[in-house]
Design a protein around this ligand. Structure first.
Ligand SMILES: N[C@@H](CCC(=O)N[C@@H](CS)C(=O)NCC(=O)O)C(=O)O
Length: 383
């Protein structure tokens, strides 16, 4: 019987996000490797770029993008644990953590994967080719696959702002984040109470594949933030896996409540990531002004695999850093703003108060002249 197939790799950040969702919803699916000949010959030509994860549906429909994979099920079927929280503030917070998890935590994810060779390298050398190379590849071919992937990723790391100058600050910031999340998880098994929601799926992306699975950061997480480690394990379990919280878990934060520990996490996002959001929105607006010729429904870039429109410099925790600007991030930012835009007046007042209390008020104003939409599994500009 045909089933869903998730093409990706165990070490892939965004595959981990989609996989966690599929597991939690008990959707019948198979994990398939990106090295699978079917992926190369049948899927990549249709997706038009090398990117994972890709979900192949039983009817042959392909869905690329971890956020879209989640939306695909949220739109079309009765899911077990809806990813969309029930109440408005929680929806807003959920979308903030989808953006921050998948995009804002790339600095620690990349740093802890690629700058700790003494602990990680032998694992990565075995792990990458196992899923990226063809199943019958020779040892030399597997080594070549690893070398190519690792060189690409080490280069990519710099474009996220990971340098020798920032390394120590990245470690300090990540340690602060782990402690804040650990403290918050003292009160509830998931970010917004007793059920996993979109914010958890955003956060699991870096916290599973890189920070919870690679040897060095996994050890760091286990030894300094046990509750976060348990949450990573929980996010990959088919049940709620929250026995240690007792029977009260489903009732937690049911009233659109935002505990102080969650506000502290939002304050962290404001300090750690809002400056980057300001920078990429500003850069994008300048870039769009320079390119009025870009047609609706196109990316404005020459090749379908291009995802970066330029580089922008900003100050991150006292360091001037230069990072790549990816329009995809606007797509996730728009999801935060959509929650606000669609809410009632009184809900908007509460959201505004929460964001201004936590230093995130600007998130509602940072908008681009044109919106990013998705067409044929690519990010393109609206009219
Ligand atoms: N927005 C995409 C991002 C997917 C993505 O960047 N995936 C990585 C692997 S985790 C990738 O395919 N990178 C391309 C490359 O390595 O060349 C999603 O959420 O699915």
């Amino acid at each position: 019987m045909p089933t869903y197939r998730l093409f990706g790799t165990p070490a892939s950040l965004y595959t981990g996000k989609a996989r966690s969702y599929l597991i939690k919803q008990r959707i019948d699916f198979e994990n398939r490797a990106a090295g699978d000949p079917h992926f190369r010959s049948k899927i990549l030509p249709k997706i038009e770029r090398w990117i994972i994860p890709v979900l192949e549906c039983p009817d042959g429909t392909l869905v690329q993008d971890s956020s879209e994979i989640i939306e695909h099920f949220e739109r079309t079927s009765n899911v077990r644990y809806p990813a969309k929280p029930k109440t408005s503030q929680h929806q807003l917070i959920g979308q903030i953590f989808e953006l921050f998890g998948g995009e804002g935590l790339l600095r620690p994810a990349m740093h802890y994967r690629w700058n700790f060779d003494h602990a990680n390298l032998s694992f990565l050398k075995a792990d990458f080719p196992a899923a990226l190379a063809a199943p019958n590849a020779t040892a030399d071919e597997k080594n070549a696959v690893f070398e190519m992937a690792s060189q690409r990723m080490r280069r990519a790391m710099t474009s996220f702002g990971v340098t020798t100058d920032t390394a120590k600050t990245i470690e300090e910031a990540y340690s602060e984040f782990l402690q804040l999340l650990d403290t918050h998880l003292q009160g509830s098994p998931y970010l917004l109470g007793g059920r996993p929601t979109i914010g958890d799926y955003g956060l699991i992306a870096p916290l599973y594949a890189h920070l919870g699975r690679d040897p060095f950061p996994a050890q760091l997480m286990k030894s300094t933030a046990h509750r976060v480690w348990r949450w990573v394990e929980r996010m990959n379990a088919p049940d709620l896996d929250s026995a240690e919280y007792g029977a009260i878990a489903p009732e937690l934060f049911n009233n659109d409540e935002v505990p102080e520990s969650l506000k502290d996490l939002l304050r962290f996002v404001a300090k750690d990531y809002l400056p980057e959001v300001e920078a990429f929105v500003g850069f994008t607006n300048d870039w769009l002004s320079l390119h009025p010729e870009i047609e609706e429904g196109t990316s404005g870039l020459s090749r379908s695999q291009d995802r970066v429109i330029g580089q922008v410099e900003f100050i991150w925790r006292g360091h001037p850093i230069r990072v790549a600007v990816l329009p995809y991030r606007l797509y996730l930012l728009q999801k935060i703003q959509a929650v606000f835009d669609q809410a009632s007046r009184s809900e908007q007042d509460r959201m505004r108060a929460l964001l201004s209390e936590t230093g995130l008020g600007r998130l509602l104003e940072l908008r681009t002249q044109r919106r990013i939409v998705r067409k044929s599994n690519l990010e393109v500009w609206s009219g």
